[in-house]
Structure formats: structure tokens, C-alpha cells
Design a protein around this ligand. Structure first.
Ligand code: DGL
Length: 284
């Protein structure tokens, strides 16, 4: 039984929670801070248990729920699952099953729906390619969301099990990365030359973008999610002033990780191009 966190915390304003299995959500955080710089943000990376992409539905759901509860307990009223795998495998259950017991006034939002809304207006051929983790691809979340919005579109998906480990193990710039990136791009595009729009459907993948651009044919729209999610959040907060009022405005970002704090801070500051001090926490 999940306790109601209203019993633990008074409802004071807090930062926007941003959750990912590891470093990938930093690609979203970066654009959130650029688009909405006034707010405070609390980032949580479950680096100790990443990658999520090869884990079962049940585990991704359980880990994500633990993370959401932790961010709520730290005062976040709004949590963004800056992770496609968690959005695909846990978001709906948390929204429909758990939120009522935790605190029905809080919100958890994902990254898949806003991405699909954007790509629907970009593609000319109606053939969309999706790269994602094995978990995201197996969930068929992109196909389902695209079908709802554009039943005339054809979705082609391809799982890239090696791409997240390349980022988490800091091999994103190595020669070894080229091999896997080229192989996966060929596997998606060779059988489906009509594809004109490719979604990097994992928040880790923009970290590999320089190498992806090297192998993706010119003329294909390559979509990363940071700006899309930032624009969608700005729109959400405009439409929900009651939530906007519950977010503190100090322009800060704080970082939590389930792994070594120095290692995380090191990677985060390189990636965000600003100092990042992290604190290690345990999720349960
Ligand atoms: N960055 C995540 C995503 O968008 C998670 C990747 C993983 O942990 O496998 O799917």
C-alpha cells in the first residue's frame, strides 16, 4: 500500500522534477532550462540501475514509481519522465493507478505524446522511423500514439540496444560507437527508403547525435526531443496556472543520482556546460 505523501509533506511550492534512468534526461533538462529558465529543477538519474531499456515492464514500472515518489517527497508537484522507456512502460499506470493514492493534485508527464504531435506536422511521405530502446520499441507506444493522431502514417521502428550503454559507459565518441550507429541506421532505413522523418526516441540518443548525423542520409528530418518537450511544458504551464503557482522560481538545477555523485557531476557538467553538483540517494 502506498502512503499518501500529503501526510508527510505540507503542499509548498517546489522544483520541477526531471527523471531519467541515467544521463539521457540531461538532454531534456538542458532545453527545459533554455526555454523556461526561471523555474527550479531537480534532476534524478537512476544511473545505478540504468539501462532500463532491456528491463521488464514490471521492473521499469517499479523503479519509475520509486523515482516519482522520491521527487514528490522532495517537494516536486510536477515530474517529467524525461525517458521514453519509462514513459512507454510506466507513465500510464502511474497516472491512472498510483497518482490518486500518492496525491491527486500532482502530475507526471511523459515525452512520447508531445514528440508524436510534432512529427505529425513534419513528415511529407507519412513514413516515420523510430529509434528507441528495446523496451520502448516492444511497447509499441510510438505506433499507438501515431495511429491515434495520423492513421494514414506508417511507422517503422528499430531497437538499438547498444546506444544507451555507449552513453552510460562514456563511449559516445569512441570509434566503437560508429560501428553500432551505422549498423542500426542501415537496419532501419535500408528496407524502408520512404522514411523522411526519424525520431531519436530515447533521451540518451542526442548525446550520440554528431555520429548519427554522420551516417543518416541528407534530407531526412532527424528529431530530438528536448525542444519539443520544453515547448510542450511551456504550453502545459500556460494552460495550468494552478500548477505554475506550485513551482519555485530561482533558476536553479540540482542533481540526484543513485550512483557515484562525483562521476555523475563530472558527466553532467561536461554535457550541460555548467557546473553540476550531485548528491547520491537510494531509491526503494
Ligand atoms: N533515456 C531513456 C529513454 O529515453 C532510457 C534508456 C535506458 O535506460 O535504456 O528511453
Amino acid at each position: 500500500m502506498i502512503e499518501n505523501i500529503n501526510n508527510i509533506l505540507p503542499p509548498q511550492p517546489g522544483p520541477i522534477g526531471v527523471f531519467d534512468s541515467g544521463y539521457g534526461g540531461l538532454t531534456i533538462l538542458k532545453d527545459l532550462r533554455k526555454r523556461l529558465p526561471a523555474y527550479d529543477y531537480l534532476y534524478l538519474g537512476d544511473n545505478a540501475r540504468a539501462p532500463y531499456g532491456t528491463r521488464s515492464f514490471e521492473l521499469v514500472y517499479r523503479f519509475t514509481l520509486q523515482a516519482v515518489r522520491h521527487l514528490f517527497s522532495q517537494g516536486c508537484h510536477l515530474v517529467i519522465l524525461a525517458c521514453n522507456t519509462a514513459s512507454a512502460k510506466a507513465l500510464r499506470s502511474i497516472q491512472q493507478r498510483d497518482l490518486a493514492g500518492l496525491d491527486p493534485s500532482r502530475r507526471v508527464l511523459g515525452v512520447i505524446r508531445p514528440t508524436v504531435e510534432t512529427l505529425a506536422s513534419i513528415s511529407r511521405t507519412g513514413h516515420i522511423g523510430i529509434f528507441g530502446t528495446p523496451g520502448t520499441i516492444a511497447s509499441r507506444s510510438y505506433e499507438m500514439e501515431i495511429r491515434k493522431l495520423r492513421p494514414d502514417f506508417v511507422t517503422h521502428t528499430h531497437a538499438c540496444p547498444m546506444w544507451v550503454p555507449l552513453v552510460e559507459y562514456r563511449e559516445a565518441e569512441s570509434d566503437g560507437a560508429d560501428f553500432f550507429i551505422k549498423k542500426d541506421i542501415d537496419a532501419l532505413l535500408a528496407p524502408s527508403p520512404e522514411i523522411d522523418t526519424v525520431v531519436l526516441g530515447c533521451t540518451h540518443y542526442p548525446i550520440l547525435r554528431p555520429k548519427i548525423e554522420k551516417y543518416i542520409p541528407q534530407g531526412i528530418n532527424l528529431i530530438s526531443q528536448g525542444q519539443i518537450v520544453a515547448e510542450s511544458l511551456a504550453d502545459y504551464l500556460r494552460r495550468h496556472p494552478e500548477m505554475d503557482a506550485k513551482i519555485t522560481r530561482g533558476g536553479s538545477a540540482s542533481f540526484l543520482t543513485t550512483e557515484n555523485a562525483d562521476r555523475f557531476a563530472d558527466m553532467a557538467s561536461v554535457f550541460l556546460k555548467s557546473p553540476a553538483t550531485a548528491q547520491t540517494i537510494t531509491l526503494s
